[in-house]
Design a protein. Structure first.
Lengths: 100, 199
């Protein structure tokens, strides 16, 4: 369960899961809709796979990711999204940036 | 598809239930269909699952585990109800029968909770469906998640009603909920079949 909480604590990973809710997507399609570099995205996929929240099928050179959420995990995802766990509040981050 | 271990365990439960039913027929010297109700339920549910899984294609390992849990836990709960029936007829219950039945109903609710939570995580089962109800891969995955949520909600209501609803209302409540769930599932499937989704 620790792995699930760790995976769902990150907003980018939550965004990936939200996108996969619509339909299974290839790594390229996800990369086009999530604004992070490809190596970072690969690391996110690894965390999600380790937590057993996504499954992947490799066809040739294309990897397709599918959602693999239990009801409890989906509820935790919704809760994390609603509470905004892991997201930095803009006002505070700006203030920190000025002091830094 | 059930593995050998699950088949043996379920068979043992069914045989024990049938032995209890036959024993009661001999003891009371009166035949009653209700004595065979629970073993029949297990045979219908588990047999139905086995029949469906045997006709499915692709990797069924995840479904086999889910089906194994469904079959064993359902057979165990039905065996519990059958035991209650035998004990009530023989008048050997130390506790009030209704309290024990409520506990068994709560176990049934917990079983639905686990099955629903698990079902949402499974890959779509590639089994035959009528053309009007068949969906693409994405639609089937969405349907599985929906059914998972529905089963979890059903399980929570069953657990709650096991302790809060009068015994006389439990059976009508469950029958109504089951029918309503079936209708909701069909409506959702129709909705998804009309939504264009990539396969």
């Amino acid at each position: 369960m620790n792995r699930v909480f760790k995976a769902l604590a990150d907003p980018t990973r939550r965004r990936i899961l939200q996108l996969l809710r619509e339909q299974p997507m290839t790594a390229g399609e996800l990369a086009a809709r999530v604004t992070v570099s490809k190596p970072t995205l690969s690391a996110h996929f690894a965390v999600l796979r380790e937590a057993d929240l996504v499954s992947s099928d490799k066809t040739g050179t294309t990897i397709t990711y599918r959602l693999k959420l239990s009801v409890l995990e989906e509820a935790i995802l919704e809760f994390s999204q609603a509470v905004g766990i892991g997201t930095v509040k803009p006002a505070k981050s700006t203030a920190r940036g000025k002091h830094a | 598809m059930l593995d050998r271990k699950a088949k043996l365990i379920v068979s043992a439960f069914v045989l024990a239930m049938l032995a209890g039913a036959v024993g009661l027929v001999g003891y009371t010297a009166r035949w009653s269909a209700i004595l065979f109700f629970f073993p029949a339920c297990v045979m219908i549910v588990v047999g139905g699952w086995q029949w469906r899984a045997a006709r499915a294609e692709g990797d069924l390992s995840a479904w086999a585990k889910w089906g194994g849990f469904l079959a064993i836990s359902y057979a165990a709960i039905c065996a519990g109800f059958q035991l209650m029936l035998v004990m009530t007829v023989l008048k050997v219950t130390a506790l009030p029968a209704s309290s024990l039945i409520r506990v068994l109903i709560a176990f049934f609710g917990a079983q639905l909770l686990v099955l629903g939570n698990w079902k949402a995580k499974l890959p779509p089962l590639k089994a035959w469906r009528p053309a009007s109800l068949s969906l693409g891969a994405a639609g089937e995955a969405a349907m599985l998640r929906f059914e998972g949520w529905l089963l979890v909600a059903y399980g929570l209501i069953v657990i709650g009603s096991a302790f809060l609803v009068p015994m006389s209302l439990i059976a009508p409540l469950f029958v109504s909920m089951s029918l309503a769930s079936l209708i909701v599932v069909l409506i959702r499937r129709r909705q998804l079949s009309k939504t264009p989704t990539p396969s």
